[in-house]
Write a new protein. Structure first.
Length: 218
């Protein structure tokens, strides 16, 4: 039977989380909001609307949401030509593909942003499909992004593993019924990932690749 290895992208395969923190912080600042960077970091991984709601609250001026998202997107877009892949990212995907795994990306990125991320990873030959948050009604921590990835792979949850770097990833994977693997390169503590559902935690893609034999992706 086929198996699916589903990967979050930002903070998991590409070293972008702190770029997102800085550009969201600046977008909020330009709109007159003082939001601590540590709070932004904890919210990275949520869909834009959910991130804004979490940081500004339900009593915010919701008409400003689209402007904040557009400002973040414009600021972050300045880095598209130099997004750095995390150590071992492309090699890990190619190794899993050669081992018979169907590799699927599950990301909220789309359009030029997704193209920039895929160029950074440089492993298109190993990627079977990409599930975007634009294709589902709810982003992580809802299970829909992971479930959509499994639909694209045509693999049942019990034959899949989801790799991510945030608590939102771990909760989404757990709710979708897949085994979850965490990586620390997104900047969150091991304990947080484990509490959210990570069965195993590794430093980064290179560490997971070196430890593959004893991992859930063996």
């Amino acid at each position: 039977m086929e198996r699916a290895a589903v990967f979050d992208v930002d903070g998991t395969l590409v070293d972008t989380n702190h770029l997102h923190v800085t550009t969201w912080w600046e977008a909020f600042r330009q709109a007159g909001h003082r939001v601590p960077m540590h709070a932004v970091h904890r919210a990275v991984g949520l869909a834009s609307g959910d991130l804004v709601a979490r940081l500004l609250g339900e009593d915010r001026d919701k008409e400003q949401d689209a402007e904040l998202s557009a400002a973040h997107k414009a600021l972050y877009g300045q880095y598209f030509d130099r997004l750095p892949a995390l150590p071992g990212a492309g090699d890990l995907l190619r190794r899993l593909a050669s081992d018979g795994w169907k590799v699927v990306l599950a990301t909220s990125a789309g359009g030029p942003e997704l193209g920039a991320l895929r160029r950074a990873i440089d492993a298109d030959d190993a990627i079977d499909a990409t599930a975007s948050a634009d294709d589902v009604d709810a982003g992580k921590p809802a299970p829909e992004p992971v479930e959509h990835a499994l639909e694209l792979a045509r693999v049942p949850a019990e034959r899949a593993v989801f790799v991510g770097d945030t608590v939102w990833d771990m909760r989404a994977g757990s709710r979708a019924g897949v085994r979850c693997v965490g990586v620390l390169c997104g900047g969150l503590p091991r304990a947080d990932l484990e509490e959210a559902g990570a069965e195993a935690v590794y430093a980064d893609p290179a560490d997971l690749l070196a430890s593959l034999r004893g991992s859930p992706l063996a």
